[in-house]
Design a protein around this ligand. Structure first.
Ligand SMILES: Nc1nc2c(c(=O)[nH]1)N[C@H]1C(S)=C(S)[C@@H](COP(=O)(O)OP(=O)(O)OC[C@H]3O[C@@H](n4cnc5c(N)ncnc54)[C@H](O)[C@@H]3O)O[C@H]1N2
Ligand code: MOO
Length: 394
């Protein structure tokens, strides 16, 4: 059985970033990954701009006593470069082009205007005050946004300021989710003795979608090896990722592992020294990455967050992006049972973190209102109150 660290390293090594790109109108690219470096096609700002509503002057002409004649008015959107005449002021507004010869904007709160004349309050002036120089934010030709960047609302807004209408983005992975087990029934049906409502597919689908990747299909497979093999064989020729849940342990009706092997799936690892999620399988079949997640609901989700999520990011050009991790003092002593690494649902309160109750991998309850996992490595046996622990936030 390999360690959590070894398993992650293997995922990182084996997932290749997709070279499938597509061009999309910029307004359709939210949450895609930029596939090519984007160079600034113009400087920003493209011309020197006033940062305030006020008056453009040349500092050499300024003295507290002086009254300036107002030469003209420059509103935002004025498309002609004006020239400031010696000793005069120009009325100007935020975003308007600075006239040639001006090197300071005095805000209107420090001025009094009357009959075409303006008198400024006594004040110290700094060269270029309230002026946004050309290219202050970025110069034409510089890399504006590097490939591999997630297209967030802020990034898209920045890109839009270059007047760009189309972007080359990474194609999103095609993902299928299969859940397996004869005991599982769909919500809405009457529960018979021995049956449970199937819940992992909803959790996994929501977790994938929460990361802004689409789910192509969800399917429930019976405990029937022929059907399992047929479904896996078809999905792995069509999908980039197949997420299987359940049937990967050692029981007589756990057909996922044997089906994958008989179909010739390359096994990259099976079984990780962790709780929950020990019988996690990762492999590759027909160019499709296969994660067989243990069926216990908390194990399925934990393996998703810790292994599948970074794999999806890496495939999509966003690097092996794991959950954000913080070091936070533990609010109580903790003794670990067993020698596996543990991902424990936990809550951060008052700058400390507490491990929640009901941690069994069959239970989801401790996820409710949790902030993330406390990660206790395989080597650690206990942690004392106040010691810093790794908290992985989902
Ligand atoms: N003899 C051994 N038995 C088990 C071992 C072992 O090492 N030796 N490992 C245990 C561990 S650890 C885990 S985790 C589970 C994983 O088993 P499977 O991946 O084969 O999952 P199932 O047996 O199909 O299901 C486990 C559990 O979860 C429920 N389940 C499954 N799918 C769903 C779903 N979609 N929605 C809701 N609940 C689901 C299922 O009914 C079972 O109760 O194996 C242990 N056994
Ligand atoms: O690995 Mo299992 O998730 O411990 O129950």
């Amino acid at each position: 059985m390999i360690s959590v660290e070894e398993a992650k390293e293997l995922v990182k090594q084996h997932i290749k970033t997709s070279d499938k790109h597509l061009n999309l109108p910029i307004e359709k690219t939210l949450n895609y990954i930029l596939a090519k470096d984007l160079h600034a096609n113009i400087s920003l700002p493209p011309f020197a701009q006033s940062a305030m509503d006020g008056y453009a002057i040349n500092i050499e002409d300024f003295s507290d006593e002086k009254i300036f004649e107002i030469q003209t008015i420059i509103p935002a959107g004025h498309t002609k470069l004006e020239k400031l005449e010696k000793g005069k002021a120009i009325r100007i507004f935020t975003g308007a082009p600075i006239p040639d010869g001006a090197d300071a904007i005095i805000v209107q709160e420090k001025a009094k205007e009357e009959n075409g004349l303006v008198r400024f309050d006594a004040q110290e002036l700094k060269a270029m005050q309230n002026i946004r120089p050309i290219g202050e934010q970025i110069q034409k030709g510089e890399v504006a946004v590097a490939k591999g960047t997630l297209l967030t609302p802020e990034t898209l807004s920045f890109i839009a300021s270059f007047g760009i209408t189309e972007l080359c983005v990474q194609k999103q992975p095609q993902i299928s989710i299969f859940v397996n087990g004869d005991e599982l029934i769909k919500a809405g049906q009457e529960l018979e003795f021995g049956q449970i409502y199937e819940s992992n597919s909803l959790g996994l689908k929501a977790a994938v979608e929460n990361t802004n990747f689409p789910v192509a299909s969800v399917q429930h497979l019976p405990d029937n090896k022929i059907k399992v093999m047929e479904a896996i064989s078809k999905a792995t020729t069509e999908m980039d990722f197949l997420l299987l849940s359940g049937g990967i342990s050692v029981g007589d009706y756990d057909y996922i592992g044997s089906s994958l092997r008989e179909l010739g799936c390359q096994e990259i690892f099976y079984k990780v020294k962790q709780k929950p999620g020990k019988p996690l399988f990762f492999g590759k079949l027909n160019d499709c990455y296969v994660f067989a997640l243990p069926g216990n609901p908390a194990a399925s989700l934990t393996c998703f967050y810790e292994y599948v999520l970074p794999a999806l990011h890496q495939f999509s050009g966003n690097g092996f992006k794991e959950l954000s991790t913080f070091l936070i003092p533990l609010a109580h002593d903790f003794k670990k049972k067993g020698d596996r690494a543990q991902f424990l649902k936990a809550k951060i309160e008052n700058h400390k973190v507490s491990v929640m109750g009901k941690q069994a991998s069959s239970m989801l309850r401790s996820f409710i209102n949790s902030s993330g996992y406390v990660y206790i490595s395989a080597e650690q046996a206990e942690v004392k109150e106040g010691e810093l622990v790794e908290v992985r936030v989902f």
